[in-house]
Ligand binder design. Structure first.
Ligand code: CP
Length: 304
C-alpha cells in the first residue's frame, strides 16, 4: 500500500504514469461506459437535516446516481475559509450533475446561477423550502383527492418557518382559503409580545389568535402545524413561546376528513397521543411522499 502525503512520495516516473492516467480519465469523462450511468450529485448541507438529506440521498441511490455528501458543509468546506457562494457553486458544479444545497444564509439562492448544473434548494435559512412544499402538496392531493378550494389552517412560526413560505404560495394558486395562527414570542416578561406573522410580501392571510383556533377547527380540511424555529431566535433562552397545541382533546374538534400535516421535526405543538389518528399523515405518508417526490424531481431535472 502507498500513501500520498507529500509530493516527494512520487518519483518523476510515477508522476508521468499518473499524467497518462489523467489523460485517459479526461478523454473518457463524462462518458465512461464502465459506470452504471454518467451522473453524479452533491448534497451540501450546512444546517441539520434528517428528512431532506436522507430522502435525497436515498432517492439518488435508488436512481443509481453516486452522491458526494456533506452534512456539516459550513464547517468542513472552504466557506469556512471565506470562499464566496459564487465560487462555491462554480466549483461544485465542476464535480457533479446536480447540487442539493441547504444553508442558513437566506441569500445563498442568489448565487445558484453560477452553477453549471441544476441546484435544488433544500432550505435557505428562513426563506423557502420548495421541495417540502411539493411533497406537502402531493400529500394533500393523495389524502383528499384534490387541492382546490380547501380550508387550510397553518399554525406555528409563520415568520421564521420556511416551509410555510413556499407552501402558502402554491395553496393560494389552488384557491385555498388560508387562515393562519402565528405562535407568539414574548422576548422577555417586561417586553410587549411580538406577533410572528407572515411577511406582507406573501399576501394577506387572516390571522386568528391561539385561543380562537378551536372555534374554526370543524371547518378545516388541512391542518398544517409547524414548530417554533428556536435555533433562529437569539433570545430563546429567556423567551416564552405560546402556540396552538394539537392533542387528544383538540383533535376531536376536527372533521373526519381532515388531513394533519407537519413538515417535522415536531416539538411540543403536536402531542404524541394523536400520532396514530388516521388523519395524522405526518409520520408515515407525508415522509414517504418526500422520498417519492424527490426521486421524481431528480428524474425531471436530470431527464434520467
Ligand atoms: N422537513 C424538513 O426539512 O426536515 P429536515 O430538517 O429533517 O430535513
Amino acid at each position: 500500500m502507498k500513501n500520498f502525503l507529500k509530493i516527494e512520495d512520487f518519483s518523476k516516473e510515477e508522476i508521468d504514469l499518473i499524467f497518462e492516467k489523467i489523460d485517459k480519465v479526461k478523454k473518457d469523462y463524462p462518458s465512461n461506459k464502465n459506470q452504471q450511468n454518467n451522473l453524479s450529485a452533491i448534497t451540501f448541507f450546512s444546517e441539520p437535516s434528517t428528512r431532506t438529506r436522507f430522502s435525497f440521498e436515498r432517492a439518488l441511490s435508488y436512481l443509481k446516481i453516486p452522491v458526494i455528501s456533506s452534512s456539516d458543509a459550513s464547517g468542513s468546506s472552504s466557506l469556512k475559509k471565506g470562499e464566496s457562494f459564487k465560487d462555491t457553486f462554480r466549483t461544485l458544479s465542476q464535480y457533479s450533475d446536480l447540487i442539493v444545497f441547504r444553508h442558513f444564509d437566506e441569500k445563498w439562492v442568489e448565487y445558484a446561477k453560477y452553477s453549471r448544473v441544476p441546484v435544488i434548494n433544500a432550505g435557505n435559512g428562513s426563506g423557502e423550502h420548495p421541495t417540502q412544499a411539493l411533497l406537502d402538496l402531493y400529500t394533500i392531493k393523495s389524502e383528499l383527492g384534490n387541492i382546490e378550494n380547501k380550508n387550510v389552517l397553518i399554525c406555528g412560526d409563520l415568520k421564521l418557518g420556511r416551509t410555510v413560505h413556499s407552501l402558502i404560495k402554491v395553496l393560494a394558486q389552488n384557491n385555498c382559503k388560508i387562515l393562519t395562527c402565528p405562535s407568539i414570542l414574548y422576548k422577555h416578561e417586561s417586553l410587549p409580545p411580538i406577533s410572528l406573522d407572515l411577511p406582507s410580501s406573501y399576501g394577506f392571510y387572516p390571522s386568528i389568535k391561539i385561543n380562537e383556533v378551536e372555534d374554526y377547527l370543524e371547518d378545516i380540511d388541512i391542518l398544517y402545524m409547524t414548530r417554533t424555529q428556536k435555533e433562529r431566535i437569539d433570545e430563546y433562552n429567556t423567551a416564552f413561546f405560546d402556540f396552538f397545541k394539537l392533542d387528544n382533546r383538540t383533535i376531536n374538534k376536527l372533521k373526519d376528513k381532515c388531513v394533519i400535516l407537519h413538515p417535522l421535526p415536531r416539538n411540543e405543538e403536536i402531542s404524541e397521543e394523536v400520532d396514530d389518528d388516521p388523519r395524522s399523515a405526518y409520520h408515515e405518508r407525508q415522509i414517504k411522499n418526500g422520498l417519492y417526490t424527490r426521486i421524481a424531481l431528480i428524474q425531471y431535472l436530470l431527464q434520467c
